[in-house]
Ligand binder design. Structure first.
Ligand code: NAD
Length: 447
């Protein structure tokens, strides 16, 4: 029997449905992660040179917080929700049951290799599903450890890990899972959607793209510079919601860039290439791709690289051509092209001509400007006067729109993602209205 048949049998045995089972599974998962925390920190350092602080705040800590939040609310979420019934249906009761889909498939990327495999899993478990996880092949130390942790914690019929690259992914995508949750690139997202369409499998696509920033002339510039620098260079820019490129108002460009380089020094020191806590690029292919971008425009700051360690300094480019690859491809690294505008509409127009971004960040102290950009630009989610922080809360759904993805998750939104809303009308057998049937002559008839 293949893994999917086994998981479907396990699911249909009913074992994964009760609240107590889900609660126990989430507690077990948390305990196993805790027991393996040291190994995880090491693995994240090996694969991506994440410092303990970064690994905890952006990977392990987020997973604990998500488990705690779900445990606190799950019982309430699982309750069928009674809704109104119209007068025409008198005698009956209407309820919406959050019903698990069954066997789910979770495919995850390499940039937050632990968190992006675990957070969807928490949703799958909370929803009462089984899961097969296919973590990234580009972060083998973390992916192997995920397999170890999951096999120590759960039987494979409940949660399994399939290791491998694109072929393994394709093998799993050819199977009729009941739900697919994919996090990764736009290109592979399209393959996933095509595969899912063969069996009409419901999907969530958490994709990427270019997330812009606008720093308007009335922004609190020093703080904006620090928050953009942090959002851009965390994990060396290898974050799906990292600021990709930045528009700054021409009147404040010089001052902003001064603050920005100050912020880089403050966060990563004068020589980030030698900073042991500064992240490395995941592999040579991505390192060379990023190095190629350095040919665009004019170098304003940074630009030093260390090919042996696969490190690229926090870098700022100005005067880039909008047709250069750096402005047409997702950068996914520590290089920030800075463009200018004189009228806010120019920046808005530019962004609207691009695929809808996963995230967008706007820095301005004026409510009117804030409302204008929120109304005029379509994007997955984002922040006013900050970067990345919208991800740190389980109360906000996280996901893209258009080419940056479909569906969302985190907290209750994960539970909703991993459950089908089954509508049930429970009818009374005590009486039967004849008028609903053809040829009814009388009013109420006793059944
Ligand atoms: P990717 O699409 O190359 O790989 C993601 C997963 O898909 C991996 O597990 C990989 O093995 C698998 N895969 C690769 N090629 C495949 C194929 N041809 N068929 C089937 N499966 C295949 O993405 P990546 O390089 O791992 O991650 C970077 C991308 O992910 C960026 O675009 C980034 O913006 C995006 N991302 C999005 C989010 C989000 O939450 N929206 C989070 C992190 C990363």
């Amino acid at each position: 029997m293949d893994i999917l048949e086994r998981q479907k049998d396990y699911f249909y045995s009913g074992i994964t449905r009760p609240y107590q089972y889900r609660k126990k599974a989430l507690n077990l998962l948390k305990a196993s992660i805790k027991a393996n925390e040291e190994k995880l920190l090491k693995a994240l350092q090996t694969d991506l040179n994440k410092s303990d602080f970064e690994a905890f705040t952006t990977e392990i800590g987020i997973v604990y917080a998500e488990i705690d939040f779900v445990l606190k609310n799950l019982k309430k979420w699982m309750k069928p929700k009674r809704v109104k019934t119209p007068l025409t249906h008198i005698g009956s009761v209407s309820k919406i049951y959050p019903d698990p889909y069954g066997a789910s498939l979770i495919i995850s990327p390499w940039n937050y290799p632990f968190q992006l495999a675990m957070t969807p899993l928490i949703g799958a478990i909370a929803g009462g599903n089984t899961a097969v996880i296919k973590p990234s092949e580009l972060t083998p130390t973390v992916s192997n450890l995920i397999k170890e942790i999951i096999s120590q914690t759960f039987v494979e019929d409940y949660v399994a890990v399939g290791l491998g690259g694109a072929e393994k992914s394709q093998e799993l995508l050819n199977m009729p899972f009941d739900y697919i949750f994919f996090t990764g690139s736009v290109a592979v997202g399209k393959i996933v959607m095509e595969k899912a369409s063969q069996h009409l499998i419901p999907i969530t696509l958490e994709l990427g793209g270019k997330s812009p920033v606008i720093v308007h002339e009335d922004a609190s510039l020093k703080l904006a510079a620090k928050r953009v620098a942090w959002g851009k260079f965390t994990n060396s820019g290898q974050t799906c919601v990292a600021p990709d490129y930045l528009f700054v108002h021409e009147n404040v460009k010089a001052q902003f860039l001064n603050y920005f380089t100050e912020a880089i020094n403050q966060l990563y020191g004068d020589h980030p290439v030698n900073n042991p806590n500064y992240g490395k690029i995941v592999n040579d292919k991505h390192f060379h791709r990023l190095r190629g971008y350095l040919k665009s425009g004019k170098l304003y700051y940074g630009g030093k690289v260390n090919p042996d360690k696969r490190i690229i300094e926090p870098t700022v480019l100005v005067d880039v051509d909008q047709n250069d690859p750096i402005m047409t491809e997702e950068i996914f690294g520590p290089i920030l092209p800075v463009l200018t505008y004189s009228n806010l509409n120019e920046a808005i127009d530019y962004i609207r001509r691009q695929p809808k971004p996963l995230s967008f960040y706007f820095f301005s102290e004026t409510a009117h400007y804030q409302d204008t950009v929120l109304e005029q630009i379509s994007f997955g989610g984002g922040c006013i006067n900050d970067t990345l922080y919208h991800l740190g809360t389980p109360h906000l759904p996280f996901g893209g729109v258009g080419e940056s993805g479909m569906g969302s998750y985190r907290g209750k939104h994960s539970f909703d993602t991993f459950t089908h809303k089954k509508s049930i009308l429970k009818q009374s057998s005590r009486f039967d209205f004849p008028f609903r049937y053809p040829n009814s002559k009388n009013g109420l008839e006793r059944a």
